[in-house]
Design a protein around this ligand. Structure first.
Ligand code: FMN
Length: 359
């Protein structure tokens, strides 16, 4: 049996958030269809400039803003009454503007990680209905955010996503040497964050488990071990509605467990990806002498030292179907993908009809 999910003033029938997946893996189509099917759909803000028709090669930040407004408008065309939010990465240079643009474009929630979103409430103060959801991988990070938000803005999170660095896709909030060692306990962290808000702030907010949730059994495990809802990324990539090129989805269908591993992002964070082509990803930018065209990250080893690769272009190439020299982010479960489904089929499997009738 399951319960719906209420975050701030926004409710959906199913306790599922589709994880934001940057550089147009979760754009308007995926977010719109997840919202239409009764989950929370998330447009990822990172790197939207490169897919925006307004991008002329020199106006990255203006095109990023326009791209986000366009993605939100199109997502609401698919699900006019749905709950659609935006994933904003703290690590991007135009973070403040991206958050403000998301609010302007009608985002009902902002989910924010890849750094601690310490000033998020200040950026959304004109939009009190927008729910604020930090992503953390430790109780300590949740505490730091709550203390700062309360002291400076008299606000607390409306929900918290707890992301498991041992399984989640994309950038990870843990040192690489501590990933996969068995030290991290996802559901102890989920319960720790829940208890912290209950005990310290007398607050019952949804705690959302992210990472490694593939099917109904995984979701039920999460819900019975302390999570109020789940955030799923990898599973939603292999859908017809996912905004990536078919070759990106095919890379998931073709990969094996041993193709999936860690890479070091120029942002200074580890990331999980199909990493067997990582030398080609690097070589591509070196061969073509691609220099940082936009300064899209606050801190970037490629911008500073030409170390590693230009991540926004590497992710952009993969999204467009160049999976030889593109970077294919994925969670640890990508190898389980064996067919392309629809978003509706995923919801039908997660929430069988007889359970829906009983709710
Ligand atoms: C292709 C891909 C891109 C991602 N991009 C982002 C991102 O831009 N911002 C973010 O906070 N998380 C990002 N993530 C993490 C997801 O939002 C999600 O929390 C995580 O992948 C959940 O684990 P799962 O993929 O095992 O379901 C990404 C994940 C994937 C697979």
């Amino acid at each position: 049996m399951f319960q719906g999910l209420k975050i701030g003033r926004h409710s959906v029938p199913y306790p599922v958030i589709q994880g934001g997946m940057g550089v147009r893996i979760s754009g308007h189509r995926l977010a719109g269809h997840v919202a239409l099917n009764g989950g929370i759909g998330i447009v990822a803000a990172a790197g939207l400039a490169l897919g925006s028709s307004s991008y002329d090669g020199g106006n990255f930040f203006a095109a990023d803003r326009q791209g986000l407004l366009d993605e939100l408008r199109k997502a609401y065309e698919i699900a006019p009454d749905g709950v659609i939010g935006v994933n904003c990465m703290v690590a991007v240079s135009n973070y403040d503007e991206v958050v403000r643009t998301a609010c302007e474009g009608g985002a009902k929630l902002i989910i924010s990680g890849a750094g601690l979103p310490m000033n998020l409430p200040a950026l959304t103060s004109d939009y009190p209905d927008v729910a604020l959801v930090p992503i953390v991988s430790s109780v300590k990070a949740a505490e730091l955010i709550a203390r700062k938000w309360h002291k400076s803005y008299q606000r607390l999170p409306d929900a918290v996503v707890v992301e498991d660095p041992d399984t989640a896709g994309g950038h990870l909030g843990e040192k690489p040497e501590r990933i996969g060692t068995g030290e991290y306990d996802q559901y102890a962290t989920v319960r720790g964050v829940k208890d912290y808000f209950a005990q310290q702030w007398d607050l019952d907010i949804p705690i959302i488990a992210a990472g490694g949730i593939w099917d109904r059994q995984d979701m039920q495990y999460a819900l019975t071990h302390g999570a109020d809802a789940v955030q799923m990324g990898t599973r939603f990539v292999v859908t017809e509605e996912c905004d990536a090129d078919d070759a990106f989805k095919q890379a998931y269908l073709n990969c094996t467990k041993s193709d999936i591993g860690l890479i070091m992002s120029p942002a200074g964070l580890p990331g999980r990806a199909i990493n067997k082509n990582i030398e080609q990803v690097r070589q591509r930018d070196v061969d073509l002498d691609v220099y940082c065209p936009s300064g899209c990250l606050k801190k970037c080893a490629y911008k500073a030292e030409r170390e590693r690769f230009c991540i926004v272009h590497a992710l952009d190439r993969a999204q467009k179907g160049d999976i030889d020299t593109g970077l294919v982010f994925c969670g640890s479960n990508a190898w389980k993908a064996d067919r392309i489904t629809t978003v509706k089929e995923i919801f039908d499997e997660l929430f069988p009809q007889e359970e829906r009738e009983a709710v």
